[in-house]
Ligand binder design. Sequence first.
Ligand SMILES: *[C@@H]1O[C@H](CO)[C@@H](O)[C@H](O)[C@H]1NC(C)=O
Ligand SMILES: *[C@@H]1O[C@H](CO)[C@@H](O)[C@H](O)[C@H]1NC(C)=O
Ligand SMILES: *[C@@H]1O[C@H](CO)[C@@H](O)[C@H](O)[C@H]1NC(C)=O
Length: 203
Amino acid sequence: MSPKGILCVLALVTILPLVLSYDFFITEGIRNYKFRYSAENVYKFNVTEIDGKISSMNQYKNKTLIILNLPFSLEARRIYVLGLLFLKHYNKGLRIIGFPTDELTPGSHADDKYNSPVFMRNYIRENQIKFQVYHKTLVNGPLAHPLWSYMKATFSLFDNCITNNYTMFIVDKRGIPVQRLPEDERPFFEEIEDAVVPYLYFQ
Ligand SMILES: *[C@@H]1O[C@H](CO)[C@@H](O)[C@H](O)[C@H]1NC(C)=O
Ligand SMILES: *[C@@H]1O[C@H](CO)[C@@H](O)[C@H](O)[C@H]1NC(C)=O
Ligand SMILES: *[C@@H]1O[C@H](CO)[C@@H](O)[C@H](O)[C@H]1NC(C)=O
C-alpha cells in the first residue's frame, strides 16, 4: 500500500468512531453534562404518577432510594426479588421506585395504551408490584426525563445510555445518586441488598 493509501486508512480508522459516537457526544453527552451541574440532588425533579398527576421527588427526603426502569413485559422473578427487598427494609427507609419505559422493547414505541391509568393499574396488580410505579417515561435520548439525565450524568459523561430493562440507581438519604448498579442479567437478591444496605445506615 502506498503511503497515501496508509494515510487514508488511518484517517478513516480515526474518523469513523468519532462519527459513530457523534450521537452520544452531542445529544447524550453535552446534554447530560448540563444536568450534572444543574441539580444538587434528585429532590428538585418532578415526576408524573400513573394518573398524570405531577408530584415532587422531595417526598423522598431522608429515604434511601432504588430507582429503576421497567419494561412492560416484566420478569416475575425480578419483581418478586425487588418486592421482598422493599418489604424487608421499608422500616429502615428504603423506597423503590420504578419508571416503566418501552424504549428498550423493539417495536412497541408510542403505544398509547401505556398512558392509560387503567392499563397501568392492571400492570401493577397483575405483576404484583409492591413498590411505587410512575407514568411511562423516556430514559434515553434528548427527550429523556431530566431526573434520568441527571442520574446518568452523575456516573459518566459519555456513552451512558440505559441499555438494560432493569437498570438501577441507588440514591442516598441526601438525594445524591451514589451507585449505578452493573447492568447484567443477575438480579440476585443478595447483590442488590449488599449494595443498598450500607446507605440505609448512613445518615
Ligand atoms: C415542579 O412542579 C412544581 C409545581 O407544579 C413547579 O412549581 C416546579 O417548577 C416544577 N419543577 C420543575 C423542575 O419542573
Ligand atoms: C431519617 O430516617 C431515619 C430512619 O429511616 C430516622 O431514624 C431519622 O430520624 C430520620 N431523620 C430525619 C432528619 O428525619
Ligand atoms: C426489554 O424487555 C422487553 C420486553 O420483555 C424485550 O422485548 C426487550 O428485548 C428487552 N430489551 C433488552 C435490551 O433487554
